[in-house]
Design a protein around this ligand. Structure first.
Ligand SMILES: [Zn+2]
Length: 177
């Protein structure tokens, strides 16, 4: 998570939705408890006793993912591999027949998956309204073109695992090009 890029969140309450998300502009290698902010589904700070930190600009997209999946944690990273591959692809990236696909929850390697790509936009409200039509039940990830990937899981550990599997797949495809 270079240059303070990316953001991490964990669901705390489901109804109504509340989640902890990393504050904007923090070095993700040096996070402490104080660098997470509790927000509601609209990205509004839900605890008034807190400091002057601002939630990530991408908070609304995390909220949308919580609403439309069974995710309990959402991780978002900008890597050279996911950025490059998304720029070289249209609206999805397809993988099949790889053992590592099982890390995304498939029982066997001989499946074909499509990881959706959305055009990047600085208007997070707009992105959070179109994202649901790209989210599928079996693929725990979503790419913003030229920007980064969102991956989720039922625990923070599973979200991390999914990020690692996706990044393996992206590196594999780039080496194949
Ligand atoms: Zn981002």
């Amino acid at each position: 998570m270079l240059g303070t890029s990316g953001n991490l969140s964990v669901l705390i309450e489901e109804n109504p939705i509340q989640f902890l998300i990393t504050a904007s502009g923090k070095d993700k290698g040096e996070l402490t408890e104080d660098d997470f902010i509790l927000v509601d589904e609209f990205g509004v700070i839900a605890r008034s006793d807190v400091n002057t930190l601002k939630p990530s600009a991408e908070t609304l997209l995390h909220s949308t993912i919580y609403k439309h999946t069974n995710a309990k944690a959402v991780f978002h990273v900008h890597t050279a591999n996911n950025t490059l591959l998304s720029m070289k692809s249209q609206d999805k990236i397809i993988f099949s027949d790889l053992e590592m696909l099982k890390g995304l929850g498939f029982k066997t390697h001989d499946v074909k998956i499509e990881i959706p790509i959305i055009e990047n936009n600085q208007d997070m409200k707009y992105l959070s309204t179109i994202a649901p039509s790209y989210i599928s039940e079996e693929i725990p990830g979503l790419i913003l073109k030229g920007h980064g990937i969102y991956a989720w899981g039922k625990t923070p550990q599973e979200a991390k695992k999914h990020i690692e599997i996706f990044e393996f797949l992206f590196e594999y495809r780039i080496k194949e090009l």
